[in-house]
Write a protein that binds this ligand. Structure first.
Ligand code: UFG
Length: 341
């Protein structure tokens, strides 16, 4: 019998790529999503790529506890990968109640339903944001979590703690938190990718939309940081590599290979890249010129963060494989696909 994985928020950017990799690794997938931040492009892409037209999409809100219980009644679930959450840092500062209510309630309901149904393995989608402006780089999983600088970041810390405490109290639930660095790029088929609504907050969609002519000019936020070229350093991780880390982590849980009931892994490449370097590489790889200018720093941005990936490499047997060039080509192919080119 194939193991069944519930992917909450599975119609979105990361969830759709993870669903593809899970199916290709031989898992059954149930996608559940309230479709508040995406359309059906993601799930349709997953069905097309995998040839599995029968992958269920359950439209539901994870803040509705009864609906989550029903979902667990309807499908025997071996593991949950929980993505369903709001993710805009700036919006979370303006609307903290919205973020706390949605991100905490939905995860609480998942944990409660898992417990009420005899337990299951839970993978939580966390973020490098929990490290804040780290004093020592690269960050390891044992680096201190600094006080969150946004309600969004705080929900990531609180959800990690919820998972830690629930797994400590209940041996029928095991948990892994994956701390993502900066996921970018798209599936090589160009059938799924990032689909931001409105003006993109993140760098890559802003770059690709500028390149295609949807935006006039990219603003590089700050060139007076204490880095070599003055722009911020990040660890950009390919979305398919990131998705494969989820397969490795879920398999580790399902095969009972965890060393503790709750584990944390950094998911990045281990390589810092500056914003200017990224822009130059995007231009080089795709043979185009990008219209950009240097602008003021963006409030809340850290100067530099990148991952020590040794733990994920050793324990998950996983490492990032795609080159930055391949990833940036995939991001551009996806933008062109959206434009119908
Ligand atoms: N940047 C620009 N111009 C843009 C957009 C971004 O110069 O138009 C720069 C940012 O200043 C930053 C880098 O590009 O230096 C990356 O920015 P992103 O917004 O793409 O990513 P962040 O590193 O800010 O965001 C990530 C995750 C969030 C997380 C956040 C915590 O995407 O989930 O780190 O700081 F909350």
């Amino acid at each position: 019998m194939k193991k069944r994985i519930l992917v909450s928020g599975g119609a979105g950017y990361i969830g759709s790529h993870v669903s593809v990799e899970l199916i290709e690794a031989g898992y059954e997938v149930v996608v559940a999503d309230n479709m508040s931040n995406c359309d059906t492009t993601g799930i349709e892409g997953v069905r097309k790529i995998t040839g599995r037209t029968d992958i269920p999409l359950v439209e539901m809100d994870f803040c509705d506890a009864a609906a989550v219980e029903r979902l667990f009644d309807d499908y025997p679930i071996d593991a949950v990968i929980h993505f369903a959450a709001f993710k805009a840092v700036g919006e979370s500062v303006a609307e903290p109640i919205k973020y706390y209510r949605n991100n905490l309630t939905s995860f609480l309901n998942v944990l409660d339903a898992a417990r009420n149904h005899g337990g299951c393995d839970v993978l939580f989608s966390s973020s490098a944001t929990v490290y804040g402006e780290a004093e020592q780089l690269p960050v390891t999983e044992r680096s201190p979590r600094l006080p969150a600088t946004s309600p969004y970041g705080n929900t990531k810390q609180i959800c990690e703690d919820m998972l830690r405490d629930v797994t400590a109290s209940d041996p029928s639930i095991r948990g892994i938190a994956l701390r993502y660095f900066n996921p970018i790029g798209a599936h090589p088929s160009a059938l799924i990718g990032e689909l931001p609504r409105g003006v993109p907050n993140n760098l890559i969609p802003y770059i690709t939309q500028t390149a295609i002519g949807k935006r006039a000019c990219l603003s590089i936020f700050g060139n007076d940081y204490p880095t070599e070229d003055g722009t911020c350093l990040r660890d950009y991780i390919d979305i398919v590599d990131l998705a494969q880390a989820h397969v490795a982590a879920v398999t580790r849980m399902l095969e009972g290979r965890m060393k503790e009931g709750y584990e944390i892994f950094n998911i990045g490449t281990g390589r810092p890249v500056s914003v200017s370097e990224l822009v130059t590489e995007f231009e080089r790889v795709n043979g185009l010129k990008l219209n950009y200018r240097f602008a003021e720093r963006r409030p809340g941005d850290v100067t530099a963060i990148w991952a020590d990936t040794a733990l994920a490499n050793e324990e998950l047997g996983w490492r990032a494989k795609r080159t930055l060039a391949e990833t940036l080509a995939s991001a551009w192919a996806w933008e062109k696909h959206l434009a119908g080119e």
